[in-house]
Design a protein around this ligand. Sequence first.
Ligand code: NDP
Ligand code: GDR
Length: 345
Amino acid sequence: MSSMAPAKTALITGITGQDGSYLAELLLSQGYQVHGFIRRASTFNTVRIDHIYRDPHDLASKLHLHYADISDGSRLSTLIAQIQPDEIYHLAAQSHVRVSFDEPEYTGDVTGLGTTRLLEAIRQTELPVRFYQASSSEMFGATPPPQGEDTPFYPRSPYAAAKVYSYWMAKNYREAHGIYAVNGILFNHESPRRGETFVTRKITRAVARIKAGRQDELYLGNLHARRDWGYAPEYVVAMWQMLQQPEATDYVVATGTDYSVEDFVRFAFEHAGLEWEQYVRTDANYFRPTEVDSLIGDASKAHAQLAWKATVLPQQLAQIMVDHDLAQLDGHVVDVPGIAPWNTP
Ligand code: NDP
Ligand code: GDR
């Protein structure tokens, strides 16, 4: 952004999550005023953004947090009218696939209907907002790889069904109301800030704890599922790029690599000098009623139109995460910084 251009205002729902925290760093580094919605909890839930938070009395502060639950439509409308954002990044969701089988209705409300509440608030305020919808490779579900923008959806969980609904609502508001709404169809992306119950972080934390003698076993579910794992700080750059294009269109973001959960286990244990077979057990409770067997993304449109390409591939990703979790256990780091925001090809 040129130093002469007026600062833009962005709103991030889900700012306390993995992606929201990296995206907030990226936008702040570009001079944006960044507003984030957080939800009230009985414990602190801002650990991923504490390092960029400033006291609101500091007039130089560019990060502004507001309590807002995505299930509360009137609150969303009030805040959007107040903040008047140029860009909205809608990342908030009940994002755990396995949990969505336990809480299908809640997942539909938050991960599905929440998107409609935001789109309606935009339509009603008539602001020229650019809207990013966090769509997911889970929407492809049972459709075999490689999966690109034109691949048909076949959701295999309540989470994926809710994301398919949100995808179509974003597309419909683009076509029906002329709103600049973009679906970023992102394949799995991970980092040292990944939630502890997603498989990669569960593995790398366990590796660190086993290495430190604090854990003897790691229980996992299906080791044969195949995923396309990338590095979250690179993926938030693609989100931002999607909202800077002349026209709104949807993009797949992925590395194009193909590894199994077992491969990721091996990468992580080997990096710590451990033999995974000695520690990993399976627990039938962690299998899903319907599984997504294989996701491998075709990101050629993002390469061609955004000049975006993943540089961190799964083996290096496992190493970054294991190194972080080992250091965290030693008390040496609280977090690793995101990549330099302009590290794009
Ligand atoms: P996280 O689970 O780390 O973060 C989810 C965020 O949503 C958190 O800030 C959480 O708040 C917030 N949230 C959840 N429920 C509500 C609610 N009812 N009201 C307000 N906020 C809520 O997800 P990620 O950062 O990994 O993912 C970001 C988005 O991208 C999600 O929509 C996810 O489904 C989607 N996605 C993720 C991919 C990935 O591989 N990471 C791939 C494709 C899509 P709190 O901190 O309080 O829990
Ligand atoms: P996913 O991620 O379902 O792809 O959704 P997750 O890491 O939960 O699972 C990946 C694969 O690993 C298998 N698996 C296990 N998963 C978990 N969580 N715990 C286990 O113990 C375990 N053992 C094996 C799973 O069965 C699955 O096949 C993530 C989320 O971030 C979504 O929000 C996002 O949309 C998609 O990625 C793209």
